[in-house]
Ligand binder design. Structure first.
Ligand SMILES: *[C@@H]1O[C@H](CO)[C@@H](O)[C@H](O)[C@H]1NC(C)=O
Ligand SMILES: *[C@@H]1O[C@H](CO)[C@@H](O)[C@H](O)[C@H]1NC(C)=O
Ligand SMILES: *[C@@H]1O[C@H](CO)[C@@H](O)[C@H](O)[C@H]1NC(C)=O
Ligand SMILES: *[C@@H]1O[C@H](CO)[C@@H](O)[C@H](O)[C@H]1NC(C)=O
Length: 495
């Protein structure tokens, strides 16, 4: 059996290997459905929704490039004083409203800066689909989906907005988390005349082209669980064998379906494996210090909570039962799930599109080491390439991102080129292993917290926030203030 679900999944999207039917987004589905139930109603949103007529293709002048699509963006002018700073969130792979409601930090600091808030949706996600429902159908239309087009979209929209507001001199600071964080950092490097600085939170810009070891992602998750409880780590590690054994049993699948309380009978044990893995992966990512509802509603430090469940079983209990109970914390913390949908992909957050990006430019191969708590898996690049060919009719370009944006020897390169970027990371988050974890210069700063999770700093402040998180945010504010005052000083000197 080829093991691990091996992926490429980025922040939210799991992309199962060719050998696994039905290749999917199922983890996602059940968690996000819950998310929808508990999320706030739209009427409470402090943002106004707007649409900007955006050019389809910024990099050629062929007639078809001039096709225009409606790019969605959100704006909040409540705190803004004309001429003041503009804070722009460079949208990532999903509905922009979802990111806006999970990036409360920007709203929290806007009054202090008297800043205008803008959240721009990434092309091909949410409502910003250039070919409507057909956008994701073929390689012909999907060909316009990539990070360089997205950055150019942001540049054009920001210029237009500043012009319309007669605020061309306003300093722009870009913010982003995860893939949005990569975009924020790259935006600062590519468009320094448009953004004076970038806060790139949990941005794994080094997860490309073998810069970091392929096993680092799954090793990091395993370490989180081991830190919570060594027994918990061992139980999860042993559970895969028990799951494999199901395939040799006579009524294995129906029994497994019953055990896992699935809504419909399972067709493959791999669905159960991916579902379990999804729970552990996402919970490690969102191992926030306080109750949160990003991927799913969860208590504070959910990894510890999962391990408490596992450790709470009586001696001799089945490892698979324990793993299932732990995963149920992730999928059913709200207690509202009647059954689990393991094989039915749904996509309530407009995330479809990442699979294509992962098969073209966002190539982040991974493996599972035998030290991890996951089934060992050697990366099989050829199988991945074949899968991309058959699914999208495209061949991945694994060296493109490092060619376009750099990444190798980043410290030496950015020390002499580039400024005003904060790379913030929390080491609980497995994506931090592909992040910039060292200070590069006096203005390219790494803020690293040991107990932080996936872009924890971008979340709205809550009463229960620990001191280290408050301190991280305080440092970010001080640094951004410095960029802005330097900008105004330079502007004065120009006059
Ligand atoms: C600026 O104004 C023009 C003309 O009204 C409009 O087409 C465009 O969408 C506006 N730009 C933004 C970013 O809203
Ligand atoms: C979800 O949790 C509730 C409350 O604990 C429980 O009654 C229900 O059976 C759980 N659903 C599943 C599918 O396990
Ligand atoms: C674990 O992996 C390492 C490196 O790939 C290898 O040398 C070692 O033999 C493996 N150990 C086991 C028990 O498979
Ligand atoms: C980077 O420098 C800042 C001070 O400017 C410091 O607070 C921070 O801890 C440093 N980061 C690392 C990873 O050493």
């Amino acid at each position: 059996m080829s093991a691990c679900l091996c992926l490429l999944f980025l922040f939210f999207t799991i992309f199962a290997e060719a050998t696994y039917p039905p290749g999917g987004f199922h983890h996602l589905s059940s968690s996000l459905r819950q998310n929808k139930k508990t999320s706030k109603s739209k009427s409470e949103s402090p943002f106004e929704t707007r649409y900007f007529p955006q050019n389809l293709d910024h990099f050629s002048f062929r007639p078809e490039s001039y096709k225009v699509f409606q790019q969605k963006y959100l704006i909040n002018r409540r705190f803004w004083r004309k001429g003041g700073p503009i804070f722009v969130y460079t949208g990532n792979e999903g509905d922009i409203d979802w990111f806006a409601s999970n990036t409360g930090f920007m709203s929290d600091i806007a009054p202090k800066f008297r800043a205008l808030l803008v959240f721009i949706e990434h092309r091909f996600y949410g409502e910003s689909t250039p070919f409507g429902k057909k956008s994701h159908k073929t390689a012909e239309t999907l060909g316009y989906l990539n990070s360089q087009q997205a950055l150019a979209d942001y540049a054009i929209l920001i210029r237009s907005l500043k012009q319309n507001l007669s605020s061309e001199a306003s300093p722009v600071v870009v913010f982003g988390g995860s893939y949005g964080g990569m975009l924020a950092a790259w935006f600062r490097l590519k468009y320094p005349h448009i953004a004076i600085g970038a806060l790139a939170s949990s941005a794994p810009i080094l997860h490309f082209d073998n810069i970091v070891p392929l096993a680092s992602f799954y090793d990091a998750i395993s370490q989180d669980f081991k830190d919570a409880s060594v027994n918990c780590f061992k139980v999860i590690k042993r559970s895969w064998e028990e799951l494999d054994a199901v395939s040799t049993m006579k009524h294995g699948l129906p029994e497994l379906s019953k055990k896992f309380r699935t809504c419909k009978g399972l067709h493959s044990i791999y669905s159960a494996r991916d579902w379990l893995m999804g729970a552990f992966v996402y919970t490690a990512m969102v191992n926030y210090a306080t109750t949160a509802n990003f991927m799913a509603p969860l208590p504070g430090y959910p990894v510890e909570q999962m391990c408490k469940i596992i450790d709470g079983f009586p001696r001799g209990s089945s490892n698979l039962d324990r793993a299932f109970a732990a995963a149920s914390l992730y999928y059913n913390y709200s207690g509202s799930e009647k059954c689990f949908e393991l094989e039915q992909p749904t996509d309530d957050h407009g995330l479809d599109g990442w699979g294509y990006q992962a098969c073209t430019e966002m190539v982040m191969p991974m493996s599972c080491s035998n030290q991890s708590m996951f089934p060992p898996y050697e990366n099989d690049y050829e199988a991945f390439e074949e899968q991309c060919m058959s699914k999208y009719g495209v061949k991945p370009r694994p060296h493109w991102i490092t060619t376009e944006f750099g990444g190798k020897r980043i410290e030496t390169v950015l020390k002499r080129f580039g400024s005003n970027i904060i790379f913030s990371n929390g080491l609980q988050d497995p994506w931090s292993r592909g992040g910039v974890l060292k200070n590069i210069s006096s203005s390219i700063i790494a803020l690293v917290t040991k107990k932080g999770a996936h872009h924890a700093d971008l979340r709205a402040a809550t009463k229960g926030d620990p001191e280290w998180l408050k301190e991280q945010r305080r440092q970010e504010v001080v640094i951004i203030e410095k960029w802005i005052s330097e900008y105004y000083r330079d502007l004065k000197e120009e006059e």
